[in-house]
Design a protein around this ligand. Structure first.
Ligand code: XBP
Ligand code: MG
Length: 262
């Protein structure tokens, strides 16, 4: 049975609660600053989250809602420019400390580092967003904590395709059986499981908590902290309160030995 050698973290929804009050707000500001009368409500954004990637999400909005567009524009160029502006606004908000890490994230990252495990980021979002979030929350130099940052357009097919996880495994030089992934959404879970990686889901807000997480090794509402314990939603876990590295190792061992989760 392979030893646990790396923890792979999704970003949006997993490291931090970025979607509703981060990405969505930046999209809306970018629309307004580009003179567009579009507005993505909390509910509309929830529907659009089924499409991963900001450029792809704007494309989906245009294809579905048919907003009026300036005459004769090149759609790809228009979307790329709008999305670049959104990234600028979003990273500005992150750099000002606008979005904290979720409970338990820092604790587990530190514990994994101390134990000599490799860490990786596996996300659909734009690389600048990852860099800015990590530096704003973990400090300058914290990018070095991560052996691999797999993000955005590094692969053609975004989550739920497994490609970004396969890319990260290749860069880490590890087999899927040596890793555990952390995700918050069904599309993320599909991507990690598609690459053969056991996955812990930490659900977040109304956007993902009712999704299908049948294939997760464990589903919690957060990683938990002594002061902010998690709620277990599905799967077996021995330790109440917060998910520490010993529990992750136990899960990994049980899952790779083929235990049945319920
Ligand atoms: C979440 C996403 C991203 C962000 C927007 O990625 O789907 O598209 O909502 O980011 P993950 P960009 O959960 O894999 O971190 O606008 O930079 O694409
Ligand atoms: Mg996510």
């Amino acid at each position: 049975m392979p030893r646990l050698q790396a923890l792979l973290f999704d970003v949006d929804g997993t490291l931090a609660d970025t979607e509703r009050d981060g990405h969505r707000v930046a999209f809306n500001r970018a629309f307004a600053e580009r003179g567009l009368d579009w507005h993505w409500s909390v509910e509309t954004y929830g529907r659009l989250l089924a499409v991963t990637g900001g450029k792809e999400r704007i494309g989906q909005f245009i294809a579905t809602w048919h907003p009026v567009l300036p005459e004769g524009l090149d759609l790809d160029t228009f979307i790329a420019d709008l999305h670049r502006h959104k990234t600028h606004l979003y990273t500005q908000a992150l750099a000002q400390g606008g979005i904290p890490l979720r409970p338990g994230v820092l604790r587990l990252l530190r514990e994994a580092r101390l134990a000599g495990l490799k860490l990786a980021i596996v996300t659909t979002t734009t690389p600048e967003n990852v860099t800015t979030l990590i530096e704003a929350t973990l400090g300058q130099g914290a990018l070095d904590w991560f052996e691999v940052i797999a993000a955005g357009d590094q692969v053609a097919a975004k989550k739920p395709a497994p490609d970004i996880y396969r890319y990260a495994l290749g860069e880490l030089g590890l087999s899927p059986a040596a890793c555990v992934a952390f995700e918050d959404s069904e599309v993320g879970l599909q991507a990690a499981r598609g690459a053969g990686i056991e996955t812990v889901v930490i659900t977040i807000n109304d956007y993902t908590q009712d999704q299908d997480f049948t294939n997760a090794a464990l589903v919690l509402d957060s990683l938990g902290e002594p002061a902010v314990p998690y709620r277990r939603i599905a799967g077996l876990i021995e330790v109440p309160g917060w998910l520490d590295l010993a529990s992750v190792r136990w899960l990994h061992r049980a899952a790779t030995q083929g235990s049945k989760w319920s």
